[in-house]
Ligand binder design. Structure first.
Ligand SMILES: [Zn+2]
Length: 546
């Protein structure tokens, strides 16, 4: 059996700037821009407000320009700011940046990105810190709202996954060198010469393979700090084409395919990258696509927590198009999607996760408690996918609003308040909470005890539970809690089981507003009948959740 390295499976090149790596990018670009139909649809005509003009050859003067009307061919840069100090455009140096930016003022990541643009004949590049006026709230709100279209209109996005700040080069560096010999599964050579009995083992020298880190995909394939940043998720998800520069190799992603430089196929990568294709295909089921978007996004870290909603506004804009213009309230979709959207939960906060996964209420204020953006953690919808079609809402939305101070500039931007007024069945229960390391239990009117999923660590003020703001202030306690029955779904069997979805509420603690609540968690309770206590117990009330 032949061992092949460098022929069928290509050799791992030693540097991202090597002829074979640059050829790989060139081949992918050529194929994508000439023969991928999906990749060449432009959704948002137009250029970013400002671009860096870099010319088509090295040595060309670099300056900031206000974009003209005609479409320009530009690249976009996705990178980590990290803790480095580097050049930014401010009101005070805008005029000087419009005249000339000396290359010596630019960090190495920007210079290497510019050299890639020259290599592939792209004369403009969009870099956030230079093209958005920093420390200017108005410019930032306008530009953050448009950023999604900037990435989707770019000819390609350069994603510097391996550098934790712009001072660390990504292109002209030796790749990770701790190689081991990796054997690929035996494949039949059927069709190659017609000998169906002939088999081959493919082998390749891979970084870290066979070393202690084997099995740790993050190390083996060289993820970098960029893949854990919330902002950059949106950047790659919205880009038409992204070239990822990882520690060990380059990855190409467009809406049509996803390809590592060594041309082997690894489906599991699509869980981390592969987002642009997911979003391109979201038209079939935009609600589920949105849940996937927020699940991944809500885990990622942000330097400014108040960027939580603005940071996903580009994806929200795209999903809104696919939903036919549904209203958007702090990460939750209105109209037909509202009741289902309220059924989000943090899997770690319930029976099947470890309670330690849950954290506290987000501070500073990010979103009303009925939005997933108000808490940290992985997000999912409690209604299982096969039951979504059977979901029936039991609430009537009287009024829903959010306070978006910069709504004119970015309707998907930062939120400073929100109220949801609904009419539905409200049931009094007793909540028994033994602290963050155990699961809360509610005692229901029928005497049964149930587990619920809490949104975060809970605390108790006198007679009512609330979300804790610090991990130290949790339980144990027993107090009253109210349930709001949001809806139900049934399974597809002949004698169906019904699952009721109920929000667990605590008093918002506003004097004189005893019907104003905050959300504490959610539960799903099964019953064989639609006449169960969940649907008929308690009484119908109009309440407000903030
Ligand atoms: Zn393509």
């Amino acid at each position: 059996m032949p061992l092949v390295d460098g022929s069928i499976v290509p050799k791992w090149s030693s540097c991202h700037n090597s002829p074979s790596s640059l050829d790989f990018i060139g081949t992918q670009l050529e194929e994508c821009s000439t023969s991928h139909e999906l990749c060449n649809e432009s959704r948002h005509p137009g250029n970013p407000t400002r671009l860096l003009s870099i010319g088509s050859t090295p040595g060309h003067p670099i300056k900031l320009i206000e974009s003209p009307k005609e479409k320009l061919k530009y690249a976009a840069l996705s990178y980590c700011w990290g803790d480095a100090k580097f050049i930014r455009t401010l009101r005070s140096n805008l005029a000087s940046h419009e005249k000339d930016i000396p290359p010596t003022d630019l960090p190495i990541v920007f210079l290497e990105a510019i050299s890639l643009c020259h290599r592939f004949k792209v004369p403009f590049i969009w870099i956030d810190c230079l093209c958005i006026i920093q420390a200017d709230k108005d410019d930032w709100e306008i530009e953050s709202g448009r950023m999604g279209s900037y990435y989707s209109n770019a000819f390609f996005t350069i994603s510097v996954t391996s550098s934790r700040n712009p001072d660390i080069p990504f292109l002209n560096v030796e790749k990770d060198k701790k190689y081991g010999l990796r054997l690929f599964p035996i494949r039949s050579l059927e069709g190659e010469g017609g000998d169906t009995k002939k088999k081959a083992i493919y082998a390749q020298l891979c970084p870290h393979w066979g070393s202690k880190q084997e099995g740790n995909l993050k190390t083996t394939y060289g993820y970098g700090p960029l893949t854990s940043r919330a902002w950059t998720w949106q950047e790659s998800a919205l880009s038409s084409r992204t070239i990822y520069f990882c520690h060990s190799q380059i990855w190409w992603e467009c809406k049509t395919h996803f390809m590592p430089e060594n041309r082997t196929e690894f489906a599991f990568w699509e869980e981390t990258f592969g987002q642009s294709r997911a979003l391109a295909l979201a038209a079939r089921d935009p609600f589920s696509a949105w849940v996937e978007v927020i699940a991944e996004y809500n885990l990622r870290s942000l330097t400014q927590e108040t960027d939580r909603l603005p940071g996903i506004s580009g994806a929200a804009e795209r999903i809104q198009e696919l939903m036919g213009g549904a209203d958007y309230y702090a990460g939750i979709w209105g109209g037909e999607y509202l009741a289902l959207g309220l059924c989000w939960y943090i899997p770690g906060g319930g029976l099947f996760g470890t309670p330690k996964d849950i954290t506290t209420q987000r501070i500073p204020y990010i979103a009303p408690t009925w939005s997933w953006a108000s808490v940290r953690g992985d997000i999912d919808i409690l209604v299982r996918p096969e039951r979504k079609r059977n979901f029936v809402s039991l609430i009537k939305v009287e009024k829903i609003s959010t306070d978006v101070p910069y709504r004119d500039l970015n309707p998907f931007g930062q939120v400073t308040g929100g109220r949801l007024q609904v009419t539905g069945r409200v049931i009094e229960t007793e909540l028994k909470y033994e602290g963050k390391d155990s699961f809360p239990v509610v005692k229901h009117g029928d005497g049964g005890k149930r587990d619920i999923y809490t949104d975060c660590v809970l605390a108790c003020d006198g007679s009512s539970a609330r979300r804790a703001t610090s991990l130290d202030c949790d339980g144990p306690f027993v107090c009253k809690s109210d349930f709001l029955v949001v809806g139900y779904s049934r399974d597809n069997s002949q004698d169906p089981w019904y699952t009721f979805y109920v929000l667990v509420l605590g008093s918002a603690g506003i004097e004189g507003e005893d019907k104003t609540y905050c959300r504490l968690g959610i539960g799903d309770f099964n019953d064989v009948s639609l006449d169960s206590n969940w649907a008929t117990g308690g009484s119908e009330k109009t309440i407000v959740i903030i």
